[in-house]
Every structure is written in structure tokens, then in C-alpha cells.
Design a protein around this ligand. Structure first.
Ligand SMILES: Cc1cc2nc3c(=O)[nH]c(=O)nc-3n(C[C@H](O)[C@H](O)[C@H](O)COP(=O)(O)OP(=O)(O)OC[C@H]3O[C@@H](n4cnc5c(N)ncnc54)[C@H](O)[C@@H]3O)c2cc1C
Length: 363
């Protein structure tokens, strides 16, 4: 059976999902070529949380130890209210004890480098934009939330605005040992320590789509400089040019992750809001699952199995992440009060247990 499978794949998009798919397929004996529109493989970007499900997927690629060595294990994290009082707190020890791996924060660029270095140079073609379905036995559409291939094969299926925008930055601030997200009224600010004395910070605000400021750093100061410490200190230590801003979107459910010999993967298949920190984690799961399905069952049957294994699961994560975002962005004072009270009453252990259907993938 295996000898009859034509093991050649073209991968469109060299982000986390596309590169991980290339590594997974190559490990299963496929010939792969990855086409990336940007002039180079890599990304600026900020930090990324990798949960135990992502580390299990990376372990299947033989890369989790390298990623662990580059990342920072989150020692403690939790949620605070607008006055800085803890609503809930979890420790990395609890995540690791329950799920066998910790929660790790990495720089996006580091994760992309590890994936890229696991591939031979001749498999990577940068500076090539793909506009039609390539001619190959298997095509992996990993071209991100604004996927060109999705627009061709499932026209009209586009990401929708989630109602809030996000800022992200890496800030030099060696003193910090603990991460937290602070919930306000229609605004949130999160920070988590990383390696090399850097802190990954993010903030959100409910605003109309596309309402970008001339000076995003000034906008952050205007909104968050009066928030509880260490937020003002982190903002003071942030270089204005380090601030990135994106409107947050997610993708309404696709009818299938497969179209003929094309498999959709990562944000092209299921772009989600960042509230659960799962977009890249799910892309890594997709990559490992796709390679296993098509290698074991051949292309048509393997793709059908890939769709069965991944579509419902990831679409449930998209919905859950959207719901969590709605809760985090509440702004009506009585609703904020009810939300914060609930968060204080629910034990952190229970919150973590509720994440089991996501974090136990591959266990
Ligand atoms: C604010 C924010 C915070 C986040 N935080 C987390 C987190 O903590 N943890 C987590 O797991 N996830 C997080 N995510 C989600 C995560 O970033 C994405 O899910 C992940 O990057 C998706 O990877 P991808 O490879 O599918 O898509 P992308 O990273 O978008 O890669 C797609 C690639 O395809 C290329 N491309 C596009 N079109 C073409 C074309 N026509 N031809 C050739 N190449 C093309 C692009 O240049 C790009 O390199 C966050 C997202 C946001 C917005």
C-alpha cells in the first residue's frame, strides 16, 4: 500500500503551520516544497504561548526539546481585576502535573527558526506568491487567515472581526517573574516573562474595526498608563517602535478542511481569536495529524480522515476562544462585576480541568 502512495506535496505558506506540515511529511518520507510569499522565512512578531498539546505535537516532530530550551516555562500566571487584585492563579507545576508538559512562552521567530532548520534548503522557496492551486498530488493550504487558496476554493469564507483590537510587544524588563492578565471594562492587559530579560505584553480594546492610531504607543499609554503595576512600568520600558497592532478576527466554520487534493491547515482552516493561546498550537496538531493520515491511508482516504479528526475539534476551539474573548471584553459595570466575582469563586484547578479536551490532545 505504502509504495502506491505518491509522496509529493506542495505547501503554500511558510508560517508555523506550513513549516510544521513540511517537517511532518518529510519525516514520513514525502518530498515537500514550501512556497512562501515573503522574501524570507521568518517573522517579526512577539511571543507565543505553547501549551502541552503543542509540545506533544512538537515531540512527534522530534523538536520539542529544542523548543523547550529556547522558551520560558511560565512559573505562575493568572487573572487580576482592574484594581490589580488576583481573581485566579495557576502555576506551571499544575499544568505540567496534569498534562505532562508545562506552558512555554517562546519567541515566534525562534519557533519558526527551529522548524525551518529541520528542513533542507532546497525544500524552501521564499519570495513566491501562489495564486492558484499548484499541480501536485497533495497541496497543503497553510497560507494564513487571509488564505488565497481558501478564497479560490471556498469563496466568501472570510475572517470576521471579533469586536476588539490587540497590541503586542516585547519589552525589556528583567525584574518580572510572574505573568498575569488584567481585566478591565472593554480592555485587557497581559504580560508574561520570557528569556533574556524580556516580557511579552499584549493589550486589547473594544473599538470599531480599522480604527488605527497615528501613534500606537501613545494610544497604549492613554489607555493603560493608569492601570495597576507593573503595567505602567512595562509601558515606560517599551520602545515605541516595538508595538504591533492587529484587529482580532476569526473564521466562521468551513464546510470541509479538504477540497479535492487540497488540505487546509492552521489559520487558513480555522483562524481563531488569541484568547486561549491556541492558534499555533492547533496548527501544529493539524500538521502532525495530516502527515499521519495521508501517509497511512493514501491521499483521498487520508484527507477524509484528516477532515474528520480536525474540523469539529478545531471549530470547537474557535467558538470557545470567541466566547472567552467576549467575557474578557465585557464593559457594562454590572456584567464586569459578575464576571470578576465568578472568576474569584471558581477554583483555578477547575479552570484548568475545563481545558482538558484541548490540552490532552495526543496523550
Ligand atoms: C495577537 C495574537 C496573539 C496570538 N497568540 C498566540 C499564542 O499565544 N499561542 C498560539 O498558539 N497562537 C497564538 N496566536 C495565533 C497564531 O499566531 C496563529 O494561529 C499562527 O501563527 C497560524 O499559523 P499559520 O502558519 O496557519 O498562518 P500564518 O502564520 O499566517 O502563516 C501563513 C504564511 O503564509 C504566507 N502566505 C500567505 N499567502 C500566501 C500565498 N498566496 N503564497 C505563498 N505564501 C503565502 C504568509 O506570508 C505567511 O508566512 C496569536 C494570534 C494573534 C493575532
Amino acid at each position: 500500500m505504502a509504495a502506491m502512495i505518491e509522496r509529493e506535496a506542495v505547501i503554500v505558506g511558510g508560517g508555523i503551520g506550513g513549516l510544521a506540515a513540511a517537517v511532518a511529511l518529510r519525516r514520513a518520507g514525502w518530498e515537500v516544497r514550501v512556497f512562501e510569499r515573503a522574501p524570507e522565512f521568518g517573522e517579526i512578531g512577539a511571543g507565543l504561548s505553547l501549551w502541552p498539546n503543542a509540545l506533544r505535537a512538537l515531540a512527534r516532530l522530534g523538536l520539542h526539546e529544542q523548543v523547550l530550551a529556547l522558551g520560558t516555562v511560565e512559573a505562575h500566571g493568572g487573572v487580576r481585576d482592574r484594581r490589580g487584585r488576583w481573581l485566579s492563579r495557576t502555576s506551571a507545576g499544575e499544568v505540567e502535573r496534569r498534562f505532562g508538559h508545562p506552558l512555554v512562552i517562546v519567541r515566534r521567530a525562534d519557533l519558526l527558526r527551529v522548524l525551518r532548520e529541520a528542513l533542507p534548503d532546497d525544500a524552501l522557496c521564499a519570495g513566491t506568491e501562489i495564486t492558484r492551486v499548484p499541480d501536485a498530488p497533495l497541496v497543503v493550504a497553510a497560507d494564513g487567515a487571509a488564505s488565497t487558496l481558501r478564497e479560490r476554493l471556498y469563496p466568501g469564507h472570510r475572517p470576521r472581526y471579533a469586536g476588539y483590537t490587540a497590541w503586542r510587544m516585547l519589552t525589556p524588563f528583567p525584574a518580572l517573574t510572574e505573568g498575569a492578565v488584567t481585566w478591565g471594562h472593554g480592555e485587557r492587559f497581559g504580560f508574561t516573562p520570557m528569556t533574556d530579560g524580556l516580557v511579552y505584553c499584549f493589550a486589547t480594546a473594544s473599538v470599531p474595526p480599522g480604527s488605527f492610531a497615528d501613534d500606537e504607543y501613545a494610544e497604549l499609554l492613554r489607555r493603560f498608563a493608569g492601570w495597576p503595576q507593573p503595567i505602567p512600568a512595562l509601558l515606560a520600558a517599551t520602545a515605541p517602535q516595538a508595538v504591533l497592532r492587529h484587529d482580532i478576527t476569526d473564521l466562521p466554520p468551513l464546510p470541509s478542511f479538504v477540497h479535492g487534493r487540497v488540505a487546509f491547515l492552521g489559520d487558513a482552516a480555522h483562524a481563531m481569536t488569541p484568547n486561549l493561546g491556541q492558534g499555533a498550537c492547533q496548527a501544529l496538531e493539524d500538521a502532525v495529524t495530516l502527515a499521519a493520515c495521508v501517509s497511512e491511508q493514501g491521499i483521498p482516504a487520508g484527507l477524509a480522515r484528516y477532515d474528520r479528526l480536525r474540523r469539529r475539534h478545531t471549530q470547537a476551539v474557535v467558538r470557545r476562544s470567541r466566547r472567552l474573548g467576549r467575557i474578557g471584553q465585557l464593559s457594562w459595570p454590572p456584567a464586569v462585576y459578575a464576571r470578576d466575582t465568578m472568576a474569584r469563586l471558581v477554583p483555578a484547578e477547575m479552570t484548568l480541568r475545563a481545558m482538558t479536551p484541548i490540552l490532552n490532545w495526543g496523550m
